[in-house]
Design a protein around this ligand. Structure first.
Ligand SMILES: C[S@@+](CC[C@H](N)C(=O)[O-])C[C@H]1O[C@@H](n2cnc3c(N)ncnc32)[C@H](O)[C@@H]1O
Length: 249
């Protein structure tokens, strides 16, 4: 298969994984409020780097609309975009656009800001999406992203380091940071959240998240296997997220 076909195939898989994740995603968010917290922190950071109030803001990878709500608290004209129709169906606080970050269906200079809350790390090549973001942002516009660094114990060890799974979870913050730094003048930092073993289990009961541990298994088997893997996990951990805010120069 040629590289373009492989990339397209990866997106089809991501879309299907999130299409199957709505219920579990809502359950996790109701219990932890983690994505709401991340989106609010990100939009506040973006506002601090922008020139005045935001009007048109794209929530890129809006999911069920948790981050769109945070955007709507600070922008007059939020727009929710996602590749997953099922996730997008849940969005109530903005116009919805079903599309791919890599091909944004908007004219140049359309937005004051673009927020990627826990979404840009899911594309095979974040450089393509960041170039698209730069194209549709106006001069002086602001882009923001949060990407997962991982789950660590009190002594800084990766929770997944000794667990037997097919791939590492989560990954990608370095690639996201590099892609944004190539396109924008960026400021970065790390947010840390205290997290319980139960929350780690609930997070990975979301089919799209379990797919980062067992990418080759069918949805149900993958979630079951992840439950078994994390069954004996105990204690409290820290979940780390990298944030990156960039300004169009
Ligand atoms: C972890 S969820 C985050 C959702 C939301 N931002 C939040 O904070 O709750 C990631 C979202 O990114 C979307 N996504 C992944 N790849 C995408 C792409 N190439 N184009 C558009 N959306 C994408 C997924 O469908 C999913 O809804």
């Amino acid at each position: 298969m040629c590289p373009l076909a492989v990339l397209a195939d990866m997106k089809t898989v991501v879309r299907a994984n999130f299409d199957a994740s709505v219920e579990a995603y809502n359950r996790y968010e109701r219990r932890t409020g983690r994505f709401t917290a991340l989106a609010r922190l990100l939009v506040a950071e973006m506002s601090a780097h922008g020139e005045g109030a935001f009007d048109a803001v794209l929530d890129a990878g809006a999911g069920t609309g948790v981050s769109t709500q945070a955007v709507a608290e600070r922008a007059d004209r939020p727009v929710a975009l996602d590749i997953s129709r099922e996730m997008l169906t849940e969005v109530a606080s903005a116009p919805r656009v079903e599309a791919d970050f890599d091909h944004l269906p908007f004219a140049d200079d359309t937005f004051d800001a673009i927020a990627f809350t826990a979404s840009l790390f899911l594309v095979p090549d974040p450089a393509v999406a960041t170039q698209e973001a730069a194209r549709v942002l106006r001069s002086g516009g602001v882009v923001g992203a949060v990407a997962p660094v991982g789950w660590v114990t009190a002594n800084g060890t990766d929770v997944f380091a000794d667990l037997d799974r097919e791939s590492r979870s989560p990954t990608g913050s370095e690639d996201v940071e590099r892609a944004l730094a190539d396109e924008f003048a960026v400021t970065t930092g790390t947010w840390r959240f205290a997290t319980t073993a139960d929350d780690v289990r609930l997070f990975h009961s979301i089919p799209a998240m379990a797919a980062r541990l067992y990418p080759r298994l069918e949805t149900e088997k993958r979630v079951d296997k992840t439950r078994e893997l994390l069954d004996t996990l105990e204690g409290t951990f820290e979940q780390r997220w990298r944030w990156i805010v960039g300004v169009v120069e």
